[in-house]
Write a protein that binds this ligand. Structure first.
Ligand code: ADP
Length: 405
């Protein structure tokens, strides 16, 4: 079965074409369209053999972008398909499924209407996701589509974990509560960690740290997400590349008063100019922060210390929430590659059973590995995430089940 996975953002589309057979899979092509509706839009396409192609063009909307993607896949020079009919299904990443979606779904008109009702919760993210779905409906009208939600995995959180301590009416009127994000990644790496350890997913207490440009941490008890650090929006929780993470609401209103800024500017301030970038004044990129730290930059060091301290605090609180932990997982660009981040987070945690094998940790970048000492109570693992693969697998499962009916 050939499955096209799409991740449609406001001005970009990322894609991967998977060939799935039984439990095995291959990526036949991948790439992205960028600057949709802007000057200088282009498509970057990577073939199975790693060869890259750049196509410039006027890509004014998502439908044109997807048309370009299908065009390059069919092209004689760069393509991997002979006929559009070869695409059996399309899987979409959808950011917000609200309380409506607790798992991936086959997309029907009714489902689209429900997705539209979630736009209010993610006004920047859900509309481009829906544009991608509608573009496929018109370009490949007979191909089944599946939606995979970032929030779905966290729908198992208990009410005392997802409610905020604000008047209940704000929850009932507007749905203000913790939803959590990166669910596809937390689900994938926690399951994969259990496969690596040969243990039953349903009997483990797992903490997963997804540390990319955005970052979140999740507590997964017996296969279910029971808490996570991102909240109503992806701004809450850990410190991130440009996002503040947890912040006293009193400080927010105080800054807005003092700086005479409204909600739009405040949102830009805390989402785009804060986090590692705001504290270091150098960059949101961990590699650049690490380089600056080596040069003795004190603000980069402070940013790093704050970043890792927060992760440590969350780990402690989730151990308390679950009454212990069996597996701790690092993933995302920083979790998979930054040796010193993992080292700092796990330092002085032996009283909780977390002890890194420093030598093993040193050598691990972007690959699966166990990096805890063999005698440590808690297994610490690096598991590269693969959200696109989860979308392809969910799509296959749902489409296969439909065919059985
Ligand atoms: P996104 O959330 O956009 O998918 P990624 O998961 O790719 O982002 O993570 C990007 C982060 O990973 C950046 O801060 C980058 O500096 C960091 N990163 C990537 N490679 C390394 C490395 N070798 N050492 C330290 N940090 C790294």
């Amino acid at each position: 079965m050939k499955i096209l996975v799409l991740n449609c953002g406001s001005s970009s589309i990322k894609y991967q074409l998977f060939k799935m057979e039984g439990d095995s899979w291959d990526v036949m092509a991948k790439g992205g369209v960028e600057k949709i509706g802007l000057k200088g839009s282009f498509l970057k396409h990577e073939k199975e053999n790693g060869e890259k192609v750049l196509l410039e063009g006027e890509i004014l909307d998502h439908e044109t972008g997807i048309d370009y993607i299908l065009g390059v896949m069919l092209s004689e020079r760069h393509g991997c398909l002979k006929d559009m009919e070869e695409i059996d299904a399309v899987g979409h990443r959808v950011v917000h499924g609200g309380e409506t979606f607790n798992s991936s779904v086959f997309i029907t008109d009714e489902v689209i209407a429900k997705m539209e009702s979630c736009i209010d919760l993610a006004p920047l993210h859900n509309p481009p996701n829906l544009k991608g779905i509608s573009a496929i409906s018109s370009l490949l009208p007979h191909v089944p589509q599946v939606g995979v939600f970032d929030t779905a995995f966290h729908q198992t959180m208990p009410k005392h974990a997802y409610m905020y301590a604000i008047p209940n009416s704000l929850y009932t009127k507007y749905g203000v509560r913790r939803y959590g994000f990166h669910g596809t990644s937390h689900r994938f790496v926690s399951k994969r960690a259990c496969e690596m350890q040969g243990v039953d997913y349903k009997s483990q207490r797992i903490i997963t740290c997804h540390l990319g440009n955005g970052a979140s941490i999740a507590a997964i008890n017996n296969g279910m997400s029971v808490d996570t650090s991102m909240g109503f929006t992806p701004l809450e929780g850990l410190m991130m590349g440009t996002r503040a993470g947890d912040l006293d609401v009193g400080a927010v209103t105080y800054i807005m008063d003092k700086e005479l800024i409204g909600t739009q500017s405040a949102s830009v301030l805390f989402n785009k100019h804060s986090g590692m970038l705001g504290v270091s004044g150098i960059s949101s990129d961990m590699r650049e922060i690490q380089n600056a730290m080596e040069q003795g930059d004190v603000n980069a060091q402070l940013g790093f210390d704050m970043y890792t301290y927060r992760i440590k605090k969350f780990i402690g609180s989730y151990i308390a929430a679950m009454g212990g932990v069996d597996i701790l997982v690092f993933t995302g660009g920083i979790g998979e590659n930054s040796v010193i981040t993992r080292q700092a987070v796990c330092s002085d945690m032996s009283f909780m059973g977390i002890v890194l094998d420093e030598e093993k940790n040193q050598g691990i970048r972007g690959i699966e590995a166990e990096i805890s000492r063999p005698d440590a109570k808690v297994k610490v693992l690096v598991v590269p995430t693969n959200e696109e693969l989860v979308i392809a697998q969910d799509t296959k499962t749902i489409v296969d089940a439909l065919k059985q009916k």
